[in-house]
Design a protein around this ligand. Structure first.
Ligand SMILES: NC(=O)c1ccc[n+]([C@@H]2O[C@H](COP(=O)([O-])OP(=O)(O)OC[C@H]3O[C@@H](n4cnc5c(N)ncnc54)[C@H](O)[C@@H]3O)[C@@H](O)[C@H]2O)c1
Length: 254
């Protein structure tokens, strides 16, 4: 554990932990001392978490759950309380886009987009907040998307779901500010994850070309996104709440 570990004694729930950014967040929080409750509905969750947190001395537990239902979110939060007796940090990272022109969506793909990105976040906040309230302390960090601000092509439905996450952030932040709980969102631009990079070659080429729109000239690394999440999840960020922090290489400014 590095000196000055910011999460020593803290317990963090990280959703979407089998994914690229989720793995990076688990690795970062565990390296800084957090015990982790990692969750995802994807196969390979345990292996992903073992790889991400394995080198640290921290305890972790993996819970397979579909968080688009209240039951799934309750199970994850109850695991944190039963196993560790507390829940300090909730990172709502589960999500992912079904990226296509608006009129190509079906009712199912629209519903799935909202389920993955917005309902997972809503249900986990609802399950976690009573415990944070009782403790008088909490850090909620959502993973939104910078495409909400720049209106990226083919992202209308995804942006509708992520825009809901951004909106939930400000509302919850105000409601729970007097209770020691902060709520913020990290909004990444394109981020080089295995999921993104394993798309068909023409899609990866398009993704690479879009990087030219980023003033810094490339997309984000997983570590850069995880670093912003860790800062907002730490005790030291206690005077920052209700913010959407873009990690976007300057793609949209202000
Ligand atoms: N990679 C990017 O370019 C990028 C850009 C902006 C925002 N984001 C956001 O960052 C977050 C992480 O994305 P990633 O790139 O690591 O994607 P990813 O697909 O690798 O990981 C997302 C994970 O969320 C899980 N998930 C989705 N719906 C779920 C549900 N109902 N219940 C439980 N788990 C569920 C998936 O199984 C998956 O493992 C997502 O919210 C995504 O929308 C990613």
């Amino acid at each position: 554990m590095p000196a000055g570990a910011r999460f020593e004694g803290r317990v963090a729930v990280v959703t979407g932990a089998a994914g690229g950014i989720g793995g990076g967040i688990v690795a970062r929080l565990a390296a800084e001392g957090a015990h982790i409750v990692a969750t995802d509905r994807a196969d390979g969750l345990k292996q992903a978490v073992a790889e991400a947190a394995g080198d640290t001395a921290q305890e972790w537990v993996a819970v397979a759950a579909d968080l688009s239902s209240g039951e799934g979110a309750d199970e994850v939060v109850n695991t944190a309380i039963d196993r560790f007796g507390r829940l300090d940090v909730l990172v709502n990272n589960a999500g992912g886009g079904i990226i296509k022109p608006f009129l190509d969506h079906t009712p199912e793909s629209m519903r799935e987009t909202v389920d993955r990105n917005l309902w997972t976040t809503v249900h986990c906040c609802r399950a976690a907040l009573p415990h944070m309230l009782a403790a008088g302390y909490g850090r909620i960090v959502n993973v939104g998307a910078d495409s909400v601000r720049n209106g990226l092509y083919d992202h209308a439905m995804y942006n509708a779901a992520k825009g809901g996450v951004h909106g939930l952030t400000t509302g919850l932040a105000r409601e729970f500010a007097p209770s020691g709980i902060t709520v913020n969102t990290v909004a990444p631009t394109g981020t080089d994850t295995p999921t993104v990079l394993s798309r068909p070659p023409e899609a990866v080429e398009r993704y690479r070309k879009t990087a030219a729109l980023v003033p810094i000239g490339r997309f984000a690394t997983v570590g850069e996104v995880a670093s912003a999440v860790a800062y907002l999840a730490a005790e030291e960020a206690g005077f920052i709440t209700g913010q959407v922090v873009s990690v976007n290489g300057g793609t949209a400014m202000l």
